[in-house]
Write a protein that binds this ligand. Sequence first.
Ligand code: ATP
Ligand code: MG
Length: 286
Amino acid sequence: MNSIIRIAVQKSGRLSDDSLSLIKECGIKFYNGTGKLKSTSTNFPIEFLFLRDDDIPGYVSDGVADLGIVGENELVEKDREVGILKRLGFSKCRLSLAIPKGEHYENVSYFEGKSLATSYPKILGDYLRSKNINAEIHEISGSVEIAPSIGLAEGICDIVSSGSTLMMNGLKEVEEIFKSEAVLIANKFLSEEKLAIVDKLLFRINAVQKGKSNKYVLLNAPNESLEKIISLIPGMRSPTILPLAQEGWSSVHSVLSEDQFWENIEELRAAGAEGILVVPIEKMVI
Ligand code: ATP
Ligand code: MG
Protein backbone atom coordinates (compact mmCIF):
# COMPACT_ATOMS: atom_id res chain seq x y z
CA MET A 1 0.00 0.00 0.00
CA ASN A 2 1.22 3.50 -0.73
CA SER A 3 2.12 5.56 2.31
CA ILE A 4 0.12 8.55 3.39
CA ILE A 5 0.89 11.04 6.15
CA ARG A 6 -1.60 12.41 8.62
CA ILE A 7 -1.47 16.01 9.81
CA ALA A 8 -3.38 17.47 12.77
CA VAL A 9 -4.56 21.06 12.34
CA GLN A 10 -6.76 23.23 14.53
CA LYS A 11 -10.43 22.81 13.72
CA SER A 12 -11.42 26.40 14.32
CA GLY A 13 -9.56 29.19 16.01
CA ARG A 14 -6.62 31.51 15.62
CA LEU A 15 -4.40 28.92 13.92
CA SER A 16 -6.89 27.40 11.49
CA ASP A 17 -7.11 29.92 8.63
CA ASP A 18 -3.36 30.41 8.28
CA SER A 19 -2.65 26.68 8.64
CA LEU A 20 -5.10 25.81 5.87
CA SER A 21 -3.95 28.70 3.64
CA LEU A 22 -0.37 27.45 3.90
CA ILE A 23 -1.45 23.93 2.87
CA LYS A 24 -3.41 25.36 -0.07
CA GLU A 25 -0.52 27.58 -1.15
CA CYS A 26 1.56 24.39 -1.26
CA GLY A 27 -0.79 23.25 -4.04
CA ILE A 28 -2.43 20.62 -1.82
CA LYS A 29 -6.15 20.25 -2.45
CA PHE A 30 -8.69 18.92 0.02
CA TYR A 31 -12.30 19.31 1.02
CA ASN A 32 -12.89 21.13 4.28
CA GLY A 33 -16.63 21.19 4.90
CA THR A 34 -17.96 22.57 8.18
CA GLY A 35 -18.13 19.97 10.90
CA LYS A 36 -15.77 17.62 9.08
CA LEU A 37 -13.21 16.06 11.42
CA LYS A 38 -11.18 14.22 8.79
CA SER A 39 -10.36 14.82 5.15
CA THR A 40 -7.99 13.37 2.56
CA SER A 41 -6.20 15.37 -0.11
CA THR A 42 -7.10 14.61 -3.68
CA ASN A 43 -3.63 15.38 -5.08
CA PHE A 44 -1.05 14.73 -2.29
CA PRO A 45 -0.65 11.72 0.04
CA ILE A 46 -1.88 13.52 3.14
CA GLU A 47 -4.86 13.19 5.43
CA PHE A 48 -6.12 15.95 7.76
CA LEU A 49 -7.44 15.65 11.29
CA PHE A 50 -9.28 18.75 12.51
CA LEU A 51 -8.82 19.00 16.30
CA ARG A 52 -8.73 21.37 19.27
CA ASP A 53 -5.25 22.80 19.49
CA ASP A 54 -4.81 21.43 23.04
CA ASP A 55 -4.90 17.87 21.66
CA ILE A 56 -2.44 18.34 18.79
CA PRO A 57 0.89 17.82 20.68
CA GLY A 58 -0.44 14.61 22.27
CA TYR A 59 -1.80 13.17 19.01
CA VAL A 60 1.56 13.79 17.32
CA SER A 61 3.71 12.38 20.13
CA ASP A 62 1.47 9.28 20.35
CA GLY A 63 1.72 8.78 16.58
CA VAL A 64 -2.02 9.11 15.92
CA ALA A 65 -0.96 12.01 13.68
CA ASP A 66 2.46 12.18 11.98
CA LEU A 67 2.55 15.97 11.77
CA GLY A 68 0.78 18.86 13.43
CA ILE A 69 0.52 22.63 13.28
CA VAL A 70 0.30 24.19 16.72
CA GLY A 71 1.33 27.27 18.70
CA GLU A 72 4.63 26.91 20.57
CA ASN A 73 2.85 28.01 23.75
CA GLU A 74 0.56 24.97 23.56
CA LEU A 75 3.45 22.70 22.59
CA VAL A 76 5.69 23.72 25.51
CA GLU A 77 2.76 23.66 27.94
CA LYS A 78 1.81 20.11 26.98
CA ASP A 79 5.47 19.05 27.26
CA ARG A 80 5.24 16.20 24.72
CA GLU A 81 8.21 14.62 22.91
CA VAL A 82 7.94 15.77 19.29
CA GLY A 83 10.30 17.35 16.77
CA ILE A 84 9.90 20.93 15.53
CA LEU A 85 10.37 20.83 11.74
CA LYS A 86 9.67 24.44 10.88
CA ARG A 87 8.69 27.74 12.41
CA LEU A 88 5.76 29.03 10.38
CA GLY A 89 5.72 32.76 11.18
CA PHE A 90 1.99 33.14 11.83
CA SER A 91 -0.20 33.22 14.99
CA LYS A 92 2.50 35.23 16.71
CA CYS A 93 1.71 36.13 20.30
CA ARG A 94 3.31 36.28 23.73
CA LEU A 95 2.51 35.00 27.18
CA SER A 96 2.70 37.78 29.73
CA LEU A 97 2.06 38.52 33.36
CA ALA A 98 -0.51 41.23 34.01
CA ILE A 99 -1.79 42.93 37.15
CA PRO A 100 -4.51 45.51 37.94
CA LYS A 101 -3.73 48.86 36.31
CA GLY A 102 -3.54 50.84 39.55
CA GLU A 103 -0.88 48.60 41.16
CA HIS A 104 2.66 49.84 41.58
CA TYR A 105 5.13 47.48 39.86
CA GLU A 106 8.91 47.52 39.91
CA ASN A 107 10.09 44.01 39.15
CA VAL A 108 9.13 40.37 39.19
CA SER A 109 9.59 40.10 42.97
CA TYR A 110 6.14 41.76 43.07
CA PHE A 111 4.71 38.27 42.55
CA GLU A 112 6.31 36.73 45.66
CA GLY A 113 3.49 35.22 47.74
CA LYS A 114 0.82 36.35 45.27
CA SER A 115 -1.76 34.27 43.42
CA LEU A 116 -1.89 34.05 39.62
CA ALA A 117 -4.57 32.65 37.32
CA THR A 118 -3.50 31.03 34.04
CA SER A 119 -4.20 28.36 31.43
CA TYR A 120 -0.45 27.77 31.21
CA PRO A 121 0.58 26.35 34.62
CA LYS A 122 3.70 24.61 33.30
CA ILE A 123 5.18 27.59 31.45
CA LEU A 124 4.30 29.90 34.33
CA GLY A 125 5.64 27.46 36.95
CA ASP A 126 8.94 27.08 35.08
CA TYR A 127 9.25 30.84 34.77
CA LEU A 128 8.55 31.53 38.44
CA ARG A 129 11.02 28.83 39.48
CA SER A 130 13.70 30.33 37.24
CA LYS A 131 13.18 33.66 39.06
CA ASN A 132 13.03 32.04 42.52
CA ILE A 133 9.53 33.36 43.10
CA ASN A 134 6.98 31.47 45.18
CA ALA A 135 3.48 32.21 43.95
CA GLU A 136 0.26 30.29 43.93
CA ILE A 137 -0.95 29.16 40.50
CA HIS A 138 -4.69 28.78 39.80
CA GLU A 139 -5.23 26.83 36.63
CA ILE A 140 -8.35 27.89 34.72
CA SER A 141 -9.20 27.04 31.14
CA GLY A 142 -10.51 30.35 29.82
CA SER A 143 -11.54 33.97 30.51
CA VAL A 144 -8.39 34.37 32.56
CA GLU A 145 -8.52 38.18 32.32
CA ILE A 146 -11.48 38.48 34.66
CA ALA A 147 -9.79 36.55 37.50
CA PRO A 148 -8.44 39.63 39.37
CA SER A 149 -11.72 41.58 39.18
CA ILE A 150 -13.73 38.67 40.64
CA GLY A 151 -11.21 38.02 43.39
CA LEU A 152 -9.93 34.67 42.08
CA ALA A 153 -6.31 35.78 41.79
CA GLU A 154 -4.14 38.88 42.16
CA GLY A 155 -2.58 38.67 38.73
CA ILE A 156 -2.75 36.63 35.55
CA CYS A 157 -0.51 34.96 33.00
CA ASP A 158 -2.15 34.89 29.58
CA ILE A 159 -1.73 35.29 25.83
CA VAL A 160 -1.36 38.86 24.63
CA SER A 161 -1.20 40.08 21.06
CA SER A 162 -2.24 43.74 21.06
CA GLY A 163 -2.97 44.19 24.76
CA SER A 164 -6.51 45.52 24.17
CA THR A 165 -8.21 42.65 26.07
CA LEU A 166 -6.04 43.40 29.10
CA MET A 167 -6.91 47.09 28.90
CA MET A 168 -10.63 46.34 28.70
CA ASN A 169 -10.33 44.32 31.90
CA GLY A 170 -8.43 46.99 33.80
CA LEU A 171 -5.09 45.17 33.64
CA LYS A 172 -1.58 46.14 32.59
CA GLU A 173 1.13 43.91 31.14
CA VAL A 174 4.23 43.87 33.34
CA GLU A 175 6.42 40.94 32.17
CA GLU A 176 6.65 39.03 28.91
CA ILE A 177 7.56 35.44 29.77
CA PHE A 178 7.25 33.52 26.47
CA LYS A 179 7.14 34.32 22.75
CA SER A 180 5.17 32.06 20.45
CA GLU A 181 4.42 31.42 16.80
CA ALA A 182 2.88 28.50 14.92
CA VAL A 183 5.25 25.56 14.36
CA LEU A 184 5.11 22.42 12.25
CA ILE A 185 5.76 19.45 14.53
CA ALA A 186 6.43 15.80 13.74
CA ASN A 187 6.33 12.45 15.46
CA LYS A 188 9.87 11.29 16.29
CA PHE A 189 9.52 7.78 14.85
CA LEU A 190 8.32 8.25 11.29
CA SER A 191 9.02 5.49 8.74
CA GLU A 192 11.32 6.13 5.75
CA GLU A 193 8.28 6.23 3.47
CA LYS A 194 6.57 8.86 5.60
CA LEU A 195 9.76 10.89 5.94
CA ALA A 196 10.01 11.01 2.15
CA ILE A 197 6.51 12.53 1.96
CA VAL A 198 7.34 14.96 4.80
CA ASP A 199 10.41 16.08 2.79
CA LYS A 200 8.20 16.83 -0.21
CA LEU A 201 5.84 18.85 1.96
CA LEU A 202 8.75 20.78 3.53
CA PHE A 203 10.17 21.52 0.09
CA ARG A 204 6.84 23.10 -0.87
CA ILE A 205 6.52 25.04 2.40
CA ASN A 206 10.02 26.44 1.93
CA ALA A 207 9.20 27.53 -1.62
CA VAL A 208 6.03 29.29 -0.41
CA GLN A 209 7.81 30.97 2.51
CA LYS A 210 10.72 32.17 0.36
CA GLY A 211 8.28 33.47 -2.24
CA LYS A 212 6.40 35.43 0.41
CA SER A 213 9.48 37.11 1.81
CA ASN A 214 10.81 38.13 -1.62
CA LYS A 215 9.59 40.42 -4.40
CA TYR A 216 10.13 40.52 -8.14
CA VAL A 217 11.28 44.02 -9.03
CA LEU A 218 11.22 45.57 -12.51
CA LEU A 219 12.60 49.02 -13.29
CA ASN A 220 13.83 51.16 -16.13
CA ALA A 221 17.32 52.62 -16.02
CA PRO A 222 19.64 54.61 -18.27
CA ASN A 223 22.42 52.33 -19.53
CA GLU A 224 25.17 54.40 -17.91
CA SER A 225 23.79 53.62 -14.42
CA LEU A 226 23.32 49.87 -14.96
CA GLU A 227 26.46 48.92 -13.07
CA LYS A 228 25.41 50.85 -9.97
CA ILE A 229 21.85 49.50 -10.13
CA ILE A 230 22.99 45.91 -10.53
CA SER A 231 25.14 46.30 -7.41
CA LEU A 232 22.05 47.45 -5.48
CA ILE A 233 19.74 44.63 -6.63
CA PRO A 234 22.00 41.66 -7.39
CA GLY A 235 19.11 39.14 -7.49
CA MET A 236 19.38 35.36 -7.26
CA ARG A 237 22.24 34.82 -9.69
CA SER A 238 22.25 38.19 -11.43
CA PRO A 239 19.51 40.51 -12.72
CA THR A 240 17.97 40.20 -16.20
CA ILE A 241 18.75 43.18 -18.44
CA LEU A 242 16.54 43.80 -21.49
CA PRO A 243 16.88 46.72 -23.89
CA LEU A 244 13.98 49.19 -24.01
CA ALA A 245 12.69 50.38 -27.41
CA GLN A 246 14.11 53.78 -26.48
CA GLU A 247 17.84 53.97 -27.24
CA GLY A 248 20.16 54.13 -24.19
CA TRP A 249 17.67 52.62 -21.71
CA SER A 250 17.22 49.14 -20.26
CA SER A 251 14.67 47.26 -18.20
CA VAL A 252 16.22 45.55 -15.15
CA HIS A 253 14.46 42.59 -13.49
CA SER A 254 15.59 41.17 -10.18
CA VAL A 255 14.46 39.40 -7.01
CA LEU A 256 15.04 40.80 -3.54
CA SER A 257 13.58 40.75 -0.09
CA GLU A 258 11.02 43.40 0.71
CA ASP A 259 13.34 44.82 3.40
CA GLN A 260 16.21 45.11 0.90
CA PHE A 261 13.87 46.87 -1.50
CA TRP A 262 12.92 49.56 1.01
CA GLU A 263 16.54 49.94 2.12
CA ASN A 264 17.75 50.52 -1.44
CA ILE A 265 14.88 52.45 -2.98
CA GLU A 266 16.39 55.93 -2.47
CA GLU A 267 19.74 54.89 -3.91
CA LEU A 268 18.03 53.23 -6.87
CA ARG A 269 16.14 56.42 -7.67
CA ALA A 270 19.24 58.53 -7.15
CA ALA A 271 21.03 56.27 -9.65
CA GLY A 272 18.34 57.06 -12.25
CA ALA A 273 15.94 54.12 -11.85
CA GLU A 274 12.34 54.92 -12.76
CA GLY A 275 9.07 53.13 -13.48
CA ILE A 276 9.76 50.77 -10.57
CA LEU A 277 7.30 47.87 -10.22
CA VAL A 278 7.26 45.45 -7.27
CA VAL A 279 5.42 42.19 -7.91
CA PRO A 280 4.60 39.38 -5.45
CA ILE A 281 6.19 35.96 -5.93
CA GLU A 282 4.02 32.90 -5.39
CA LYS A 283 6.73 30.27 -5.06
CA MET A 284 10.51 30.38 -5.11
CA VAL A 285 12.95 27.49 -5.49
CA ILE A 286 16.65 28.26 -5.38
P1 ATP B 1 -9.22 25.41 20.64
O1 ATP B 1 -10.70 25.51 20.62
O2 ATP B 1 -8.68 24.75 19.41
O3 ATP B 1 -8.68 24.81 21.91
P2 ATP B 1 -8.16 27.90 21.69
O4 ATP B 1 -9.31 28.76 22.11
O5 ATP B 1 -7.38 27.15 22.71
O6 ATP B 1 -8.68 26.91 20.54
P3 ATP B 1 -7.17 30.02 19.97
O7 ATP B 1 -7.64 31.25 20.68
O8 ATP B 1 -7.83 29.64 18.69
O9 ATP B 1 -7.08 28.77 20.94
O10 ATP B 1 -5.61 30.21 19.71
C1 ATP B 1 -4.84 29.19 19.13
C2 ATP B 1 -3.38 29.60 19.20
O11 ATP B 1 -3.18 30.78 18.42
C3 ATP B 1 -2.86 29.96 20.58
O12 ATP B 1 -2.44 28.83 21.32
C4 ATP B 1 -1.71 30.87 20.26
O13 ATP B 1 -0.56 30.11 19.86
C5 ATP B 1 -2.22 31.62 19.04
N1 ATP B 1 -2.89 32.87 19.43
C6 ATP B 1 -3.75 33.05 20.43
N2 ATP B 1 -4.19 34.31 20.50
C7 ATP B 1 -3.60 34.95 19.51
C8 ATP B 1 -3.67 36.30 19.04
N3 ATP B 1 -4.43 37.20 19.62
N4 ATP B 1 -2.95 36.60 17.95
C9 ATP B 1 -2.20 35.68 17.34
N5 ATP B 1 -2.09 34.41 17.76
C10 ATP B 1 -2.78 34.05 18.82
MG1 MG C 1 -7.09 25.30 22.99
